[in-house]
Ligand binder design. Structure first.
Ligand SMILES: Nc1nc2c(ncn2[C@@H]2O[C@H](COP(=O)(O)OP(=O)(O)OP(=O)(O)O)[C@@H](O)[C@H]2O)c(=O)[nH]1
Ligand SMILES: [Mg+2]
Length: 487
């Protein structure tokens, strides 16, 4: 906490100094002005009714928050992005990890929160590994007669409102369990599919967690930055009757800064903790600015954008990813992009793709926003994937890009894909999450979007200005503008 700069995090106003005669008897007959210095003295002594809450007596009072949280809650951004670097990184390995898996003491439930629309990118592999190894270690200790609490792992897949409503919950749960095994969880006590903003499945989750933790245990809500932990806890609190959102939630990675104990959700003396998100540097969002994150952020039910694409053709997803169909045993492939609709796409011949990075990245292909940002995102590198499929009608495999979304591939045959993105961003192949695709296909060239329209008109204006300059230059040399135009 600091009281010197209101723009920096942790700002608070220091309380006024105590009056030396604060214990003196109160003269209740004296009328008080609003700026009266003894006002606080009266309030502290309980002799003055506090000002009425503007929300009215039946409304819950809003929680008091710092300026950083105020900005995140009301404007969806941090007040001072440059000062975020001054905040210490959250050290999961020391602050939460050991407490979560301690063999002695209170029972521990680890609620892993994963974003359904970025499952592999947001899956907390570090937590999964820690839980799996602790289950083994603590079971051995217990057999030897030592304390051996086994942490219970509950997986909450949140934001399922972002997936198309046609998806079957059973198929989704099956898919989730398989992916969780790949992610490193050997034993899951429960899997819950929820939407915190729609309150889907939250009541069942609360009941399950209450059962597992009993009246004395601890629940640790953990997951990647921006996975939706705080929003889920607020939704759990609403389920049990809380009317205000105590925890700050925002579409910005790294919103929660410390471990926060939430009251009122569990029974007895059981405790529930919200924790700061774990940094996954391989999620593309961690490299983007706040404005760029807004473009990549998925906030509504995703709609498929499908291409029927031939070998030697490429699809760009903003200026972040390029998918090349390098070789294929079949003439065409169905490629469906599942990502934020604010990210524009482009499809064209691979031989022309290389110049797009110089001419259109940062402009028609955003994010990144602006030419300078392209270099800042890192080295543009290629990874290759061999994909196979058995049907034209449905997507068989996904190429998932951490933090951005995924491309679903439908084909009857084999293909070699070259995936280009910035060095260090996680790209992986998995079985398809959603088999369906769009009924109307996207055409070659850029998709229609405000970004492309704006970048095009800027480019046209620039061209026009250059031409005008050239013309006036030649007019000055030769005579009139009319003559120059006629030249
Ligand atoms: N559509 C949708 N969005 C959600 C859901 N849950 C959370 N979000 C959004 O996801 C973003 C991140 O939510 P938070 O709850 O702040 O995420 P967090 O995991 O606490 O993030 P950190 O504190 O940074 O670790 C916010 O914009 C939320 O509105 C959900 O169920 N559906
Ligand atoms: Mg949070």
């Amino acid at each position: 906490m600091q009281s010197s700069d209101p723009a920096l995090p942790g700002f608070f106003t220091a309380p006024s100094a105590k009056s030396p005669d604060y214990r003196a008897p109160i003269d209740r007959a004296r009328p008080l002005g609003s700026d009266d210095t003894s006002l606080s003295l009266f309030l502290k002594s309980g002799h003055l009714m506090p000002k009425e809450d503007p929300l009215g007596p039946d409304q819950p009072s809003r929680p008091l928050v710092c300026t950083r949280c105020h900005s995140l809650r009301h404007y969806g951004r941090v007040k001072n992005p440059s000062s975020e670097n001054l905040l210490p990184d959250f050290d999961f390995d020391h602050m939460v990890g050991p407490k979560m898996v301690s063999p002695a003491g209170a029972r521990s439930v680890v609620l892993m929160v994963v974003d359904a629309a970025d499952f592999d990118g947001s899956f907390p592999r570090k937590v999964a590994r820690l839980i799996s190894s602790s289950i083994e270690k603590n079971s051995r200790a217990w057999k030897e007669g030592k304390p051996g609490n086994i942490p219970r792992a509950v997986l909450a897949v949140t934001k399922i409102d972002l997936l198309p409503s046609s998806i079957s919950p059973n198929a989704l749960e099956d898919w989730v369990r398989k992916r969780a095994r790949v992610g490193g969880v050997s034993k899951l006590t429960a899997v819950h599919l929820v939407s915190a903003v729609r309150n889907w499945g939250v009541r069942n989750l609360v009941d399950r967690v209450r059962d597992l933790v009993g009246v004395r245990g601890n629940v640790w809500v953990v997951g990647a930055q921006n996975a939706g932990k705080s929003t889920l806890i607020n939704s759990m609190a609403r389920c049990v009757g809380d009317k205000v959102s105590h925890l700050t939630e925002a579409p910005v990675p790294g919103t929660t800064l410390g471990i926060i104990r939430m009251e009122g959700i569990l029974n007895g003396k059981a405790k529930l903790f919200d924790t700061p998100g774990i940094l996954h540097p391989y999620q593309i969002t961690t490299r983007l600015t706040q404005e760029e994150q807004k473009l990549a952020h998925m906030s509504k039910e995703l709609k498929p954008r499908t291409y029927r694409i031939k070998p030697q053709h490429s699809v760009h997803i903003g200026g972040l990813v390029r998918v090349d169909i390098e070789k294929s045993s079949v003439d065409s492939i169905y490629l469906t992009v599942w990502a934020s609709p604010l990210v524009p796409l482009h499809m064209g011949k691979t031989e022309n793709a290389a110049i797009l990075i110089e001419t259109h990245f940062g402009q028609q292909l955003q994010p990144p926003i602006g030419d300078k940002r392209v270099q800042e995102l890192g080295k543009w590198v290629r990874k290759e994937f061999n994909v196979t499929g058995e049907s034209w009608d449905r997507s068989s495999v996904d190429i998932a890009v951490a933090g951005l979304g995924w491309c679903a591939i439908g084909l009857k045959g084999e293909a070699l894909l070259g995936i280009w993105t910035y060095d260090g961003i996680d790209v992986l192949q998995r079985s398809s999450l959603i088999a369906e695709r769009a009924t109307i296909f996207e055409e070659a060239g850029f998709t229609h979007s405000k970004i492309v329209f704006k970048a095009d008109s800027e480019a046209n204006k620039l061209k026009h200005r250059k031409l005008e300059k050239k013309l006036t230059g030649s007019a000055a040399a030769t005579g009139t503008l009319d003559e120059a135009i006629r030249m």
